[in-house]
Ligand binder design. Structure first.
Ligand SMILES: NC(=O)c1ccc[n+]([C@@H]2O[C@H](COP(=O)([O-])OP(=O)(O)OC[C@H]3O[C@@H](n4cnc5c(N)ncnc54)[C@H](OP(=O)(O)O)[C@@H]3O)[C@@H](O)[C@H]2O)c1
Length: 251
């Protein structure tokens, strides 16, 4: 449960080695979030993140979780919720893929869709049921500006995020009145290991700035958060550009 000052006391991260998730967890641990579950694939990064959050005074448990292993989601996540209420769940896993390669290989292309969309649907359903049962909590879903309109340069990732985004919006609407809130976050280019070595796009931002936008959105009870906020207006324009023109844009 949130404490008497309205701060989340517990956080479950799906994709616990994500840079954006870690920036968010750091800020929450520095406030009053003292129980943190980092769910992810076993890695040095995941363990290092757990150690750093413990240094900040949080009790941290690492939970083995593979977004692609949908058959395991119910069992793994039920164990977390079985140990006590969770105030905030941050769905942060995702893969960008390499579109040039993925376009030539159906197995690679489907793997991007499987993690970003199918993995999110499966774990999202389990989380929604658990939050509904406890009667409170927020699910924060890291979508992307790429979900708003698929670009020819990354339509495999973009379409998987569009599916995820639509799923999260519908899930949120279905949970109104249950005490559970779903917040969709749409960052632009964020400087993380996902985008390492790539040329920065306009309006690029940092994991810390996205974390600030997430925390502000939770305080406000927003259903959609853009990071940076200017993307709300940029994408509202781009959404309406006619296809023959859109496909010629250098993006
Ligand atoms: N960076 C950007 O420009 C940007 C922009 C918009 C949206 N986003 C979204 O923000 C989220 C976080 O990304 P990030 O920028 O923080 O990048 P990141 O540091 O690379 O984080 C991505 C995370 O996804 C995890 N992951 C990948 N496949 C997984 C699987 N099968 N099971 C469990 N975890 C898996 C990775 O874990 P491993 O260590 O196991 O690989 C990693 O922790 C992603 O959903 C991404 O699509 C990012």
């Amino acid at each position: 449960m949130k404490d008497s000052l309205g701060a989340a006391q517990s956080l479950l991260v799906l994709g616990g080695s994500s840079d954006i998730a870690m920036a968010t967890a750091r800020k929450m641990a520095a406030l009053r979030t003292k129980r943190i579950y980092l769910a992810g694939r076993t890695s040095r990064q995941l363990e290092d993140n757990a150690a750093e959050l413990r240094q900040l005074g949080a009790t941290v448990e690492v939970v083995p979780f593979d977004a692609a292993a949908t058959d395991d989601h119910e069992k793994v996540l039920s164990q977390v919720f079985g140990a006590g209420d969770v105030d905030v769940v941050l769905m942060a896993f995702g893969v960008l893929g390499d579109q040039a390669e993925d376009e030539k290989d159906p197995v690679r292309a489907a793997a991007v869709a499987h993690v970003n969309y199918t993995g999110a649907v499966s774990s999202g359903i389990v989380v929604a049921q658990a939050l509904k049962k406890q009667g409170h909590g927020a699910l924060v879903v890291l979508s992307s500006v790429a979900a708003e309109r698929a670009r020819k340069a990354n339509f495999i990732y973009g379409s998987s995020k569009a599916g995820l985004d639509a799923f999260a919006q519908g899930l949120g609407d279905s949970l109104v009145g249950t005490g559970v809130h779903v917040m969709v976050v749409r960052p632009g280019f964020v400087d993380t290991k996902m985008t390492k070595g790539m040329e920065k796009a306009p309006l690029s931002t940092t994991p810390e700035a996205v974390a600030d936008a997430i925390l502000a959105g939770l305080r406000r009870g927003s259903h959609t958060v853009w990071a940076p906020g200017a993307f709300r207006y940029v994408m509202s324009g781009l959404r309406h550009v006619p296809r023959p023109i859109f496909r010629k844009l250098p993006m």
